[in-house]
Write a protein of this length. Structure first.
Length: 287
């Protein structure tokens, strides 16, 4: 009787081993070989990118922005002014090569992306002729009369490559909604006293204008630049419309191109940051 039970156990053990072996053959291995990486689950594809972005923001919050965290209103604006005023300044001639790096087309390293039109154009076509791109002061240099002098006139956080003709059409107009289509403007609109950039860069424009309002407060020999809710500001150190700029900041959050640009300026040129690219919610916290 004992011998029968032992033979039965042996038969069950053999059957279990056989089943396990067949199962192993039927189920793909869960560990990728050294030469082949396992595919990322579709549902989690964006998780590593989001985690990396959060980590970068947290790093700057605990270092670069540490004296601004938790503040609002004038206290936040004052803290950010102190933080971003520590910068390396470029000459106006040096801006040409800097823009070739900050605004490089991610799909063509020989080109830059033009701000208002969205066109990708050869880096070598910088100049003042039709078909060229030039250096656009998003905060118009006549609004505060700072020209192209080292300082606000050469600050990369508001200087962008633009088509020469589109730049001329924008001129020194304030920003607002409405108007007729700008020729070769990529969807930009204009009227007699305002300019509306294409949708994809509305937030970029808002954050550049508000950076300038925080960076230049009148204490370093330049005018105190401030946003207001008007157009036709002329040579006064104001830029409008603030209510529209705030809407654009909400509607068009920072994208990968804008974030990369902020990082290149910080790492390779001015060594300061546009805080509204890192924290677009600070626009509402201040204004």
């Amino acid at each position: 009787m004992l011998a029968i039970r032992m033979r039965t156990r042996r038969r069950k053990a053999v059957a279990f081993a056989t089943t396990a072996a067949l199962t192993a053959l039927a189920v793909p291995a869960l560990t990728a070989s050294p030469a082949t990486a396992a595919p990322e689950p579709p549902a989690a594809a964006s998780a590593p990118v989001a985690a990396a972005a959060t980590a970068v923001t947290a790093d700057y919050d605990s270092t670069y922005y540490r004296n601004a965290i938790g503040k609002t209103g004038t206290a936040l604006k004052s803290s950010l002014h102190t933080i971003i005023s520590s910068q390396t300044k470029l000459s106006y001639s040096a801006v040409w090569n800097a823009l070739k790096a900050t605004d490089q087309d991610p799909n063509n390293s020989g080109n830059v992306i033009l701000l208002y039109s969205g066109v990708s154009r050869s880096k070598s076509l910088n100049g003042g002729n039709t078909g060229n791109w030039n250096r656009e002061h998003v905060w118009a240099k006549s609004h505060g009369d700072f020209g192209t002098s080292t300082g606000p006139g050469t600050d990369l956080h508001h200087l962008r490559p633009t088509d020469v003709q589109v730049n001329s059409i924008r001129g020194n107009k304030d920003f607002d909604n409405g108007g007729g289509a700008v020729a070769n403007g990529g969807g930009s609109l204009t009227d007699s006293d305002s300019f509306e950039p294409r949708d994809a860069v509305k937030g970029d424009v808002a954050r550049m204008i508000l950076y300038m309002a925080v960076r230049y407060e009148g204490g370093d020999g330049w005018a105190d630049l401030e946003p207001n809710n008007s157009v036709n500001n002329g040579s006064n150190p104001y830029m409008g419309r603030l209510s529209v700029l705030k809407q654009w900041n909400e509607q068009d959050p920072p994208d990968a191109f804008e974030k990369r640009r902020n990082q290149v300026i910080h790492d390779s040129y001015q060594h300061n940051r546009n805080p509204f690219v890192d924290h677009p919610e600070w626009v509402e916290a201040i204004w």
